[in-house]
Design a binder for this molecule. Structure first.
Ligand code: F6P
Length: 333
């Protein structure tokens, strides 16, 4: 009997947890996992506070009512955590032991890249049938065009930048607005295009300060009464944004204001698009477990919600979308 068949025979229960930064739409995914599991005859369990909660045995039975009236809410009812200890093999051994002791024989992990890596190791070392759902506002999970929460985060940031544009125009000012995405350019690119930003500064490589300054001056010469520069969050919040401000002052005598949007982008009611995709993903996760397709992740490919191997999903995501970069430059003259 193969490992896969053996696991398939024994799956009677499923645990679900959120891991890493929260993202709007996680609740819709939890709801879909729990209710689909019930429909498929699996007993669903919630695991509070991600891998950390799992290690504390913070696991409880859930039913259809546990996930009633949650899909419109931001955050996650299961809460989440970052758990660096989970990178240690002995800690994962302990986690597998706790799952077995609590009678949980499969797992759905909603999170980003790091969470997927922990899930993959749990499968490799302890053969726990596992499915990943991409839940991060950063949209940087490999093998998927989309991650739950990205649309809502972009909408929140776009609304904020539109407001900043109003005051920037009234006062003829330049604003540098930092959006989230420590290792990802995705939010910055989308927000930059959607707000007609004069410049987008990504968090890979050294910014071309000369180009940024020349672009702003060119706009002012053409009669623009405001400029917006969208900056992707660097290593630490504010670091890149303030360095752009300082360089503009130093090299071009340009005054600018910095606004860091920060965690506002992680909260709020999920958009219909996030609700829809998260619901489809949660549904597919359980079908995969039922069909013996694990370790898998649920992804969006060519606009469709599909299962892909977890192996593919833990690779590093490709570099920034060059079409969007080109579009932003072409339209921002
Ligand atoms: O969840 C992803 C993310 O929001 C990144 O965009 C950001 O850099 C980071 O999390 C912030 O993390 P923390 O929750 O630790 O402040």
């Amino acid at each position: 009997m193969t490992k896969k068949n053996r696991s398939l025979k024994t799956i009677k229960t499923v645990g679900v947890l959120c891991s890493g930064g929260d993202s709007p739409g996680m609740n819709c995914a939890i709801r879909a996992v729990i209710r689909t599991a019930l429909g498929q005859g699996l007993a669903p369990y919630g695991i509070q506070k991600g891998y950390s909660g799992l290690l504390e045995g913070n696991i409880f039975k859930m039913n259809a009512s546990s996930v009633g009236n949650i899909m419109q809410k931001g955050g996650t009812i299961l809460q989440t955590s970052r758990c660096p200890e989970f990178f240690k093999a002995e800690i994962r051994k302990e986690a597998a032991h706790i799952l077995r002791r609590k009678g949980i024989d499969s797992l759905v992990v909603i999170g980003g890249n790091g969470s997927y890596k922990g899930a993959m190791d749990l499968w490799r070392e302890h053969h726990i049938p596992i499915i990943g759902l991409p839940g991060t506002i950063d949209n940087d999970v490999s093998a998927s065009e989309y991650s739950i929460g990205f649309d809502t985060a972009v909408q929140t940031a776009v609304e904020a930048v539109d407001k900043i544009r109003d005051t920037a125009s009234s006062h003829e000012r330049t604003f540098i607005v930092e959006v989230m995405g420590r290792h990802s350019p995705a939010i910055a690119l989308s927000v930059g295009v959607c707000t007609g930003a004069e410049n987008i500064v990504l968090n890979s490589g050294t910014p071309d300060f000369e180009q940024i300054g020349q672009d702003i001056l060119k706009g002012i010469k053409r009669g623009k009464n405001s400029s917006i520069i969208i900056v992707a969050e660097g290593k630490t919040p504010g670091s890149l944004a303030y360095s752009v401000r300082d360089k503009l002052k130093e090299k071009f005598k340009l005054n600018s204001h910095v606004c860091i949007l920060g965690h506002i982008q992680r909260g709020g009611n999920p958009t219909p698009s996030d609700r829809l995709i998260a619901s489809q993903m949660g549904f597919q996760a359980i079908l995969c477990l039922k069909n013996g397709q694990f370790p898998y992740a649920i992804a969006v490919q060519n606009g469709k919600v599909v299962p892909v191997t977890l192996e593919e999903s833990i690779k590093d995501k490709n570099s920034p979308d060059s079409l969007l970069i080109n579009l932003a430059r072409t339209l921002s003259i």
